[in-house]
Design a protein around this ligand. Structure first.
Ligand SMILES: *[C@@H]1O[C@H](CO)[C@@H](O)[C@H](O)[C@H]1NC(C)=O
Ligand SMILES: *[C@@H]1O[C@H](CO)[C@@H](O)[C@H](O)[C@H]1NC(C)=O
Ligand SMILES: *[C@@H]1O[C@H](CO)[C@@H](O)[C@H](O)[C@H]1NC(C)=O
Ligand SMILES: *[C@@H]1O[C@H](CO)[C@@H](O)[C@H](O)[C@H]1NC(C)=O
Ligand SMILES: *[C@@H]1O[C@H](CO)[C@@H](O)[C@H](O)[C@H]1NC(C)=O
Length: 356
């Protein structure tokens, strides 16, 4: 029996549902060791008839990540943590006939051809963690062909939150969407811009805290994407190393350079004079103008002596050139373009990557 321990230990058997056990569980790297406090943290303990029925109990519970079976007592313990979350520094040797198995495909993932196919924003070979941003989800291979609402958890964020991911286009995280059907009022307070508003599947502002968390966790480029009623091809401009500071820095916005993007209509840079500026809302003035630019433009944004664009602005059928409250982007759409859709997207920056 002892020879069956460790990595040489393989379970051949059938589940009650007829599926082979080994396709649902991996052996933990330390099958016969665990922590004393981990033993106490089992959320379910019971005597069962066999090793297989112990793992069956785990498989039937969504919250179970690890099952441990004690051959001498037939005790089965289920844990909500996986072996790689254990504290390796203080392992306690247990009687060697306790087997730990880690459940494959956590968080709703399913096993297909010996791989886990994850859902909802989870990534990793066990779907054990949330992606930090949509780029990571795209790169992980789990979400190359899906766009929609996903959960992310950037390292800087204390809890997960939902974002819109444009996966098909390469893993963009949306931080803003404004369109001609806009029912959302972008004339919102500091607190609203901080927390975010709108509906993720429609017009929305993700929230300055979330934007700060995403841009301070991994280097991001921002892309301003504009569709006007005339052009067939959307306009796009890339803002390299885009980041937004925290609230005590008034959510100041920075980027290092901007450039055109191949395959899109070229857009000039209408943000250049806003670098380093804090965010302004009608109730929180950080701009350089003697007036409050958010009140002049009817929306919150980064302003200097106000701005050369209004991406949060109102969209309509006709434009009144010179009306700064309407959606516009002066370089190079001028003040006559009729804009019907705008997005600000983030994508992990490759520019800032260390060269090999
Ligand atoms: C099981 O425990 C023994 C004693 O601590 C250790 O030598 C052995 O490497 C362990 N086996 C595995 C697979 O971790
Ligand atoms: C991606 O999605 C399209 C349309 O939704 C579908 O036709 C195609 O088969 C998908 N490709 C993969 C690799 O899943
Ligand atoms: C924006 O909201 C503020 C506060 O509710 C209000 O005083 C102001 O008139 C609003 N501006 C517009 C254009 O609605
Ligand atoms: C919009 O998104 C929410 C989840 O955030 C979802 O419950 C709702 O069904 C969606 N509505 C539409 C029209 O897609
Ligand atoms: C905000 O950012 C500044 C500069 O990056 C930093 O010094 C400060 O500690 C941060 N404040 C909080 C509350 O995180």
């Amino acid at each position: 029996m002892l020879l069956l321990l460790g990595f040489s230990f393989t379970v051949f058997g059938q589940w009650s549902n007829g599926q082979v056990l080994s396709s649902y569980f991996d052996q933990s790297p330390f099958c016969n060791r665990t922590l004393s406090n981990v033993v106490n943290e089992a959320f379910w303990t019971n005597q069962v008839t066999s090793l297989l029925s112990c793992f069956d109990e785990c498989n039937g519970r969504a919250s179970c990540k690890t099952a441990a079976f004690d051959q001498t007592t037939n005790n089965c313990r289920l844990y909500q943590i996986s072996p790689n979350e254990y504290d390796y520094t203080s392992v306690l040797t247990l009687p060697s006939d306790i087997y730990h198995m880690r459940k494959l495909c956590e968080n709703g993932g399913s096993r297909i051809n010996s791989n886990c196919v994850c859902i909802g924003g989870y990534v990793g070979s066990y779907c054990e963690k949330l992606m930090m941003d949509c780029s990571e989800g795209f790169e992980s291979g789990h979400y190359t062909n899906q766009s929609g609402i996903f959960q992310i958890q950037p390292t800087a964020a204390s809890s997960p939150f939902e974002v819109v991911c444009r996966m098909q286009e390469g893993g963009y995280t949306l931080i803003q969407l404004n369109d001609e059907y806009n029912t959302e009022n972008f004339n919102q307070s500091w607190e609203q811009y901080k927390q975010g508003f709108g509906s993720l599947n429609r017009t929305h502002w993700l929230g300055l805290d979330h934007i700060h968390d995403i841009t301070s966790s991994r280097t991001q480029d921002a892309y301003v994407y504009i569709v006007d009623v005339m052009a067939q091809t959307p306009y796009l401009r890339k803002f390299v190393n885009f980041r937004v500071e925290n609230e005590s820095m008034e959510y100041a916005m920075y980027y290092s350079s901007s450039e055109a993007v191949r395959g899109f209509n070229d857009l000039g840079d209408s943000l250049y004079n806003l670098v380093g500026q804090g965010f302004t809302t009608y109730d929180h003035d950080n701009d350089q103008s003697p007036t409050n630019c958010a009140q002049n433009y009817d929306v919150g944004f980064w302003y200097n002596w106000c701005a050369l664009c209004n991406i949060n602005g109102r969209m309509g059928i006709s434009v009144n050139p010179g009306d700064v409250t309407e959606a516009h982007w002066l370089n190079d759409l001028g003040s006559y373009a009729v804009i019907k859709h705008i997005e600000i997207r983030l994508k992990r920056s490759m520019t800032g990557m260390p060269s090999l």
